[in-house]
Design a binder for this molecule. Structure first.
Ligand code: PXP
Length: 245
């Protein structure tokens, strides 16, 4: 079975709703670590809408498992990566207005821009991964850049709304994984994977790691909500009893 990377951006999203200190994404990352996650993924967006520079520094310091920093090639973000030196960087396309990463990186078109960034990161001892669509030409371009890892965007598979479409998207992922493995690339996948659609992707031969965020954090709300309410309820009951005494 592939490894599991947990994306904790959504914990920071809740924190930023209040510009408060909680919930702390580092604390969340440590829980994921002790629950068996193989790596932690955090996306330092150009607008710092959820994860910020302080989180990145703190995550690097606190984690014992692999830290995978997702980012664009904006110069200040690349500088932050070079300074912090996460174990891995995953380069993603980024549009300011998007809600989440929409589609993979166009490595073919951005080859010249990516080359110096990949070299710089590799020189700092950081493993570089490129988040791409499941297309042969993107795999070939990634391979030409001399990087060792790709992450396949599973959005089309996750969004497929008929069994036939889903099967076709899965077939593409299987085919591209096989092809990339023949080139010696490590193959990861992620985006839109949920509890009901992850197993077929996990079973793809040669798949190394799945990176999953939204569905895990969403499910965690329901797994934890009952206890959270009970603990607050018992606090208010015990303070009422104290007042009565
Ligand atoms: N991998 C990459 C490169 C991503 O950009 C994202 C989304 O932040 C994920 C994995 C996780 O996607 P999701 O939150 O839909 O599980």
């Amino acid at each position: 079975m592939p490894l599991l990377g947990v994306n904790i951006d959504h914990v920071a999203t809740i924190r930023q709703q209040r510009r408060a200190f909680e919930p702390d994404p580092v604390k969340a990352a440590l829980i994921c670590q002790s629950a068996g996650a193989d790596s932690i993924v955090a996306h330092l967006r150009e607008d710092r809408r959820h994860i910020n520079d302080k989180d990145i520094t703190a995550l690097k310091k606190a984690l014992q498992i692999r830290f995978n920093l997702e980012m664009s090639i904006a110069p200040d973000v690349v500088a932050m990566a070079c300074q912090t030196r996460p174990d891995q960087v995953t380069i993603v396309p980024e549009r300011r207005q998007e809600l989440t990463t929409e589609g993979g990186l166009d490595v073919v078109r951005n080859f010249k821009k990516l080359m110096p960034v990949c070299s710089k990161l590799k020189d700092r001892g950081i493993a570089v991964s490129l988040f791409i669509n499941a297309q042969i030409e993107q795999v070939d371009a990634a391979n030409k850049l001399g990087i060792s890892i790709i992450e396949l965007h599973t959005g089309c598979y996750a969004d497929a709304n008929t069994a036939r479409l889903r099967a076709a998207e899965l077939k593409k992922l299987i085919h591209i994984t096989r092809y990339a493995r023949t080139l010696g690339l490590e193959v990861n996948a992620g985006h839109g994977l949920k509890y009901h659609n992850t197993a077929p992707v996990a079973l793809i031969p040669g798949m190394h790691e799945l990176n999953i965020g939204h569905s895990i954090i969403s499910y965690a709300v329901f797994v934890g909500l009952e206890r959270a309410v009970k603990e607050m309820r018992s606090l208010s009951v015990s303070s009422t009893l104290k007042r009565r005494r």
